[in-house]
Structure formats: structure tokens, C-alpha cells
Write a protein of this length. Structure first.
Length: 202
């Protein structure tokens, strides 16, 4: 009997019309350049069976377009949201550094060691994404899936698959117009996920 294999393509939604600001709960859309990059990277892809998306405005409209274009079912999840950055929302890193030169540097070194003011802790963010990731591997077992989400979510999924500690969270560059793939093998011993490709351009 063949071993079921699930392939999950991770498609980051970056380059927002709000600019280079913290955007977790902020209702920002994709920029024209960001949309162009996403369409370019999926141009030669046509073998997905389901589209999964965050419900954020930077992700869902594109995911809906992709699903309709390829006649695929679309499933969106509020839990797939980016981390909530609290009072940092809508601000650039530079402006935060001007207000407090040390707080952002500490967070970049290890986001688990500091919570953005009035924001979401890294532990909570990691917990909800990890729980949803486990669901995906069960619900879409043996399928080819594309997942559209904001950069932090993509980064966290890859970090979990590789078993990386939180201090290496920002070691993963998540760039516009790229796609990464996770392969999940299901056998009697358990579920085994591995990173097949990372940050590939069209």
C-alpha cells in the first residue's frame, strides 16, 4: 500500500498598500506590485486541489481569485491571521526605534521574550498556528494544497517543520513573489513533515 503524501505550497502575501509597516490586525490590502508578484508565482501552477487562506484583506481576495480561476474549493480560517502587533500596528520599524531604541531590537533577537505593547504574545501566536497546522495535515491528507498567508505565519510554519527555536524566527527571509513547499508523509509510525523547497521564485 502506498504511503499518502500531502504537498502544501506556502504563498506569502507581502508588499502592502500601507507600506513597510507592522500589519497584523491592520486592514491593509496588497499593493499592485504585491498582487503582480503573487500572480506571477502561481502562473505555471495548476495542480492544486484546494486553496487555504487567512481571512485578512491582504490574503483572501487573492486566494478567492486563485480558487475561482482554477475551479478549486476555498477554505479560509480566522486563526490563520498574522500576529497582532498591538500599538505597533501601522507603524514602521524605524518609527518604533525612534520611540524606544531597545524594545524592537530585543523583539527581533527573540520574539518569544517580549510582547508588543497591547499585542499578542509569540507563545499564543505559535500555539494557534501550530494547532491549525496539525488540522491541515489531517483534513487534507494526500492532497496538493496552496496556503496563502502573511509572512509571519509562513515563517512560523517553516520554523515548526524544521524544529527551529524562536530566537531563529527572523533568520527566515520571506520575500514577495516566492513560494515554499512542505511535504508531509503519513504512515503507521506517524506524520512526517519536511521542507522541500524554500523561497523559490517563478
Amino acid at each position: 500500500m502506498s504511503i499518502p503524501i500531502t504537498l502544501i505550497d506556502l504563498l506569502p502575501s507581502t508588499s502592502l498598500d500601507a507600506g513597510e509597516v507592522f500589519c497584523g490586525s491592520l486592514n491593509a490590502s496588497l499593493s499592485a506590485e504585491g498582487l503582480k508578484n503573487l500572480k506571477k508565482v502561481v502562473k505555471r501552477q495548476a495542480n492544486w486541489e484546494v486553496v487555504i487562506s487567512s481571512e485578512h484583506n491582504a490574503c483572501l481576495p487573492f486566494a478567492r481569485w486563485l480558487a475561482e480561476k482554477n475551479h478549486l474549493p476555498l477554505k479560509s480560517y480566522p486563526e490563520l491571521a498574522e500576529m497582532n502587533f498591538g500599538t505597533w500596528e501601522g507603524q514602521t520599524p524605524a518609527s518604533i526605534m525612534e520611540q524606544n531604541p531597545t524594545i524592537l531590537a530585543r523583539w527581533w533577537r527573540n520574539p518569544a521574550c517580549l510582547v508588543p505593547p497591547e499585542g499578542e504574545s509569540f507563545a499564543h501566536f505559535q500555539g494557534r498556528i501550530s494547532a491549525l497546522w496539525e488540522r491541515f495535515m489531517v483534513e487534507h491528507k494526500g492532497k496538493r494544497v496552496v496556503l496563502v498567508a502573511q509572512p509571519g505565519v509562513i515563517r512560523l510554519i517553516i520554523m515548526q517543520v524544521l524544529g527551529m527555536p524562536s530566537r531563529n524566527f527572523f533568520s527566515l527571509a520571506i520575500e514577495s513573489g516566492t513560494i515554499s513547499q512542505i511535504r508531509v508523509m503519513h504512515d503507521e509510525a506517524g506524520v512526517w513533515a519536511s521542507l522541500v523547497t524554500y523561497g523559490c521564485h517563478a
